[in-house]
Write a protein that binds this ligand. Sequence first.
Ligand code: APR
Ligand code: ZN
Ligand code: ZN
Length: 359
Amino acid sequence: MVRAALLHTVGAPLELTEIDLPEPGPGQVRVKLAAAGVCHSDLSLATGLLRAPVPVVLGHEGAGTVAAVGEGVSSVRPGDPVVLNWAPACGGCHFCGLDEPWLCEHAGAGAERTYAALADGTALYPGLGVAAFAQETVVAERALLPLPAGVPLTSAALLGCAVLTGYGAVHNAARVRAGESVLVYGLGGVGLAVLQAARIAGAGPIIAVDVSPQKEELALLHGATDFLLADEGTARAVRKLTGGYGADQAFECVGRGSTVRAAWSATRRGGRTTVVGIGGKEDLVSFSALEIFYFARTLGACVYGNSDPARDIPVLAEHVRAGRLDLEALITDRITLEEIPAAFERMAAGQGGRSLVVF
Ligand code: APR
Ligand code: ZN
Ligand code: ZN
């Protein structure tokens, strides 16, 4: 039995419970978690904004050590440090063939199969196939990425979602170049990772926007050159900081129609907005047909940082080793499994950076 934070019903609080975890079957690996980050997508799954089968053990941003391997597993051995990947690609579908593994038709670590049980036998689903809010988990071999040397195992958890997403948004999706002006809406774990990635790209100015004034200090620490409180005057203030034009590149890291629109409106003519946040089905964004032509702007999506994790994790590790990417700075709260509900509350209130469950 291992301890886990369980979502029994959508909308209900997480419950601490013991779960019965089976030994890994063929092609599976049992991982002892070192740490797991609390991502907004976990909150969205808990509140029902995003859908997942229940009862479920959430948590999809984790790192740990291989505890046991099932039959036929060849890429890892017990004792190996690994990062969990919630969107492994199949390698064989139409999109994988196009070299766009983030759009893989079979992406996912197997969220639709039950993987463990409660003491009374109730079967449990693994959140996004990963189930990192537990002392241990069992995942498919392809959901593991070997952790390169020189990256501390606990902070490596953040590589699995926020950092891969934020870094990839800047370097893979938007391809920010040195000297471009960057605007970032929403300064949670993802937006802060975007700021650091923009700094690595040599962008400037790097303008950070949030509704929460408490984010200013964090934003500056992560590479922002300017901080603005989100309001009706934001687009004007952004133009003022960019020679009157608006930002070359904007990143929406909130997950709302209104912030997609606000970020887009604050880009220059011909500028690009990359939508990183995941919003609701009914949450619309509107543009007039004329302004699309007139402003000649681009609006693009970004899925898991348009990353190929096997290629990108070693690149991120190199940035960590060289001191360009500061994972520790992203972590503002080190917590226990019991404290995840409080981390959700901080997140909803716009407080802090990443909360990290440390086991
Ligand atoms: N304008 C600007 N900032 C806003 C607004 C707004 N209208 N509303 C909320 N924010 C800020 C919050 O104050 C917070 O700082 O957006 C930030 C969101 O951060 P987190 O809740 O920590 O979310 P994070 O885990 O970073 O994820 C951001 O990416 O992966 C997706 O599902 C995820 O949509 C979510 C987004
Ligand atoms: Zn996430
Ligand atoms: Zn595929």
